[in-house]
Design a protein around this ligand. Structure first.
Ligand SMILES: NC(=O)c1ccc[n+]([C@@H]2O[C@H](COP(=O)([O-])OP(=O)(O)OC[C@H]3O[C@@H](n4cnc5c(N)ncnc54)[C@H](OP(=O)(O)O)[C@@H]3O)[C@@H](O)[C@H]2O)c1
Length: 425
């Protein structure tokens, strides 16, 4: 059976371009998947012009998949277009997967990159708002491929003297959710070649512990934690079984904390923290009374709090912090689905505790510490190589699962770093 869904006549033109591109590579031009929205009039038009169209999930090496953000389409009356509510949880219907054309090289300096892994990050949630709240990234545009932060890929075609096909590349600061894309690489580009030998073949490391996640955890603790090796300090981490949290707790211990306690959202995660990462205790905030559990787990109070979540959990932790202690304000995921500024306002009684007990709570943004990245990376790499710093990944399979992976991660479906595996090298 043939399926054809299209959105506009432009798609028809694209199908003809695809045909010629396939012919160029000596491939059967009949394989032209296009999936958008159903308009049977255009279907008739195309079929009479001789194109054979296939279901979107048919494998075709000369097409390109992009996950398209569909937010802010609440006024559209087409039932096929998912609706998006800005002030709420992301849902699966906010995303759809579309097959596009394989990119072409148009100019010198350009390369075509095949995506191998994508990073899925909570901060992407702010791109679903009309205003992201920061000036360095804008909101996702309806109908345009989603732009993520981190990715790992392979150069497959090149008109750039510095890159040859086969080079593996990565960045943490901008990667489209596409299976192939073309990009001009110049001096200002953030893309870096990967040394796979150095990584021991573990090509996802730049998206996890040897990338922004590791740097955030390490520099957050170093810069804002005020760890004193002989201080007999207790560190509490929220979002503790996630990418940053699971590293931050281990780093706290490596740098000298005598007790490390994690707060997370399931029994499985608690076990991961205490059994696999040697946290002293773990509290499932979805079960029982966190106030009581914290008192039991932190008999000497809390000296350092690595805060990934904000909200009620953080108010509870702060209420048990010692005088002159420190909050590392890493993230506030509990409020990302609400339409509030970042960092969100905290309740008056929490603010009073902070002031009365002289507790520091400074915003931490890893990108403000770039001059410390090299040194930090050396320390992280050493710990990983020596087996002192463990990391875990939750991997969704296939680019069409990227939206699902994001929604799942925002609801706590991940342990360690949430990634999407798109292709093998
Ligand atoms: N400051 C920086 O420079 C910087 C850089 C990177 C990341 N971050 C921040 O660091 C935090 C962690 O990021 P990550 O990439 O490591 O993500 P992550 O922790 O791997 O994944 C998000 C986790 O948040 C938890 N969560 C979701 N909703 C929650 C809620 N309402 N209350 C409590 N926990 C909730 C879930 O775990 P549970 O099952 O435990 O609920 C989920 O697994 C985020 O806030 C992120 O924005 C900051």
């Amino acid at each position: 059976m043939l399926f054809f869904y299209t959105r506009s006549p432009t798609d028809i033109q694209r199908s003809y371009r695809a045909q010629s591109s396939l012919k160029k590579f000596g491939k059967d031009p009949a394989w032209i998947p296009i999936v958008t929205f159903n308009q049977s009039a255009i279907l008739t038009n195309v079929l009479t012009q001789g194109c054979r169209l296939v279901k979107y999930h048919v494998e075709c090496p000369f097409t390109d998949s992009g996950i398209i953000s569909t937010m802010q389409m609440t006024n559209m009356d087409n039932d096929h277009i998912p609706k998006y509510s800005v002030n709420g949880e992301p849902v699966l219907d906010n995303f759809y997967c579309e097959e596009c054309l394989y990119p072409e090289l148009h100019q010198d300096g350009e390369v075509i990159i095949k995506t191998l892994y994508l990073s899925v990050d909570p901060a992407l949630r702010c791109r679903m708002n009309e205003s992201t709240g920061v000036d360095y990234i804008g909101p996702w545009e309806v109908g345009k491929p989603v732009s993520g932060f981190g990715g790992v890929g392979k150069v497959v075609e090149s008109r750039n003297a510095s890159y040859t096909p086969g080079d593996l590349v990565e960045t943490a600061t901008g990667w489209p959710w596409k299976s192939y894309y073309s990009v001009v690489l110049d001096e200002g580009s953030d893309l870096r070649k990967m040394d796979t030998a150095l990584l021991g073949g573990r090509i996802t490391l730049p998206l996890t512990v040897l990338g922004l996640i590791g740097l955030t955890s390490y520099l957050g603790v170093m810069e804002k934690g005020h760890i004193n090796q002989d201080g007999n300090q207790t560190m509490v981490v929220s979002g503790a079984a996630g990418a940053c949290g699971s590293l931050a707790g281990q780093i706290g211990r490596l740098l000298g904390c005598s007790r490390v306690v994690g707060i997370c959202g399931s029994e499985e995660k608690c076990q991961f923290l205490t059994r696999d990462l040697s946290f002293d205790a773990a509290i499932n905030y979805k079960k029982g009374d966190i106030t009581e559990e914290l008192k039991k787990s932190c008999p000497n109070g809390v000296d350092i709090y690595f805060d990934n979540v904000g909200g009620d959990i953080s108010d509870t932790v702060i209420s048990q912090m010692n005088p002159n202690s420190h909050v590392i304000l890493c993230g506030q995921i509990a409020v990302y689905n609400k339409d509030v500024p970042y960092p969100p306002p905290i309740p008056t009684h929490t603010e009073t505790i902070l002031q009365k007990n002289n507790i520091t709570r400074e915003r931490f943004l890893v990108l403000n510490y770039q001059e410390k990245f090299t040194e930090a990376m050396q320390q992280l790499a050493q710990w990983v190589l020596q087996g002192q710093l463990k990391y875990r990944e939750t991997i969704a399979e296939g680019i069409e699962k990227a939206g699902e992976a994001f929604v799942s991660m925002m609801r706590g479906g991940n342990i360690g770093k949430q990634l999407v595996h798109v292709a093998d090298p």
